[in-house]
Design a protein around this ligand. Structure first.
Ligand code: IMP
Length: 191
């Protein structure tokens, strides 16, 4: 087999490299550690499946170097289609396993696009009486500014094009790419 992985042939260009991701996560973890230094009870990271799994795994380990103790929770959400999404209607496919009342929560998101799902999630978590709720998103697209979602920690602002890798998929594929890139147009044509 030729050099590289099978998926390299499908990638038109890389937007964010593996090294850039690693450095950015270390920076974000440093910032979050400093902000929560006076929270000895620690942080509850709420990961939204599936796109944020790579990010939460690396982010939690980076926090583990200097930060507060962390616990992990996972949620899976789906919207009732485009029209329903705009009205903020989201279905919980997997809920939190524990109560979060009184906890400092950080929602760990892969990418904020329209921000509609996230704004619903923030309302939901607040209704469960968390002590505080913040968001860390590794990527943000310009559309995100259309809805008022307070994303305190942002890794990279990226252009409004469809990207894959580092957890982000196209038809469930490409999540395992260590970098983030844009697919070649023919990949869409053959699906
Ligand atoms: P929002 O509610 O429009 O902000 O939806 C955000 C979700 O859409 C993210 O959590 C991703 O799962 C997915 N998404 C948005 N943009 C992309 C992309 O460029 N590639 C892959 N998934 C994306």
């Amino acid at each position: 087999m030729a050099q590289g992985s099978w998926y390299d042939a499908d990638i038109d260009h890389v937007i964010i490299s593996e090294e850039q991701i690693r450095e950015k996560i270390a920076e974000l973890a440093k910032e979050v550690s400093a902000d929560y230094a006076s929270a000895p009870e620690g942080l509850l990271l709420v990961c939204v499946l599936k796109g944020a799994v790579m990010f939460v795994a690396d982010f939690a380990r980076a926090l583990g170097r200097h930060g507060p103790p962390v616990e992990l929770e996972f949620m899976a959400l789906s919207s009732y289609g485009q029209a329903a999404t705009s009205s903020g209607v989201v279905r919980i496919r997997k809920d939190l396993d524990r109560e979060i009342a009184g906890r400092h929560v950080i929602v760990v998101e892969d990418i904020v696009d329209s921000g509609l799902t996230l704004s619903w999630l923030l309302r939901y978590l607040e209704s469960r009486e968390a002590a505080s709720v913040e968001v860390v998103a590794l990527f943000r697209k310009p559309d995100a500014i259309q809805v008022a979602v307070p994303v305190k920690y942002v890794g990279f602002d990226i252009p409004s094009e469809f990207v894959v890798g580092y957890g982000l998929d196209f038809a469930e594929r490409y999540r395992e790419l260590p970098y983030v890139g844009v697919l070649k147009p023919e990949v869409y044509a053959r699906s």
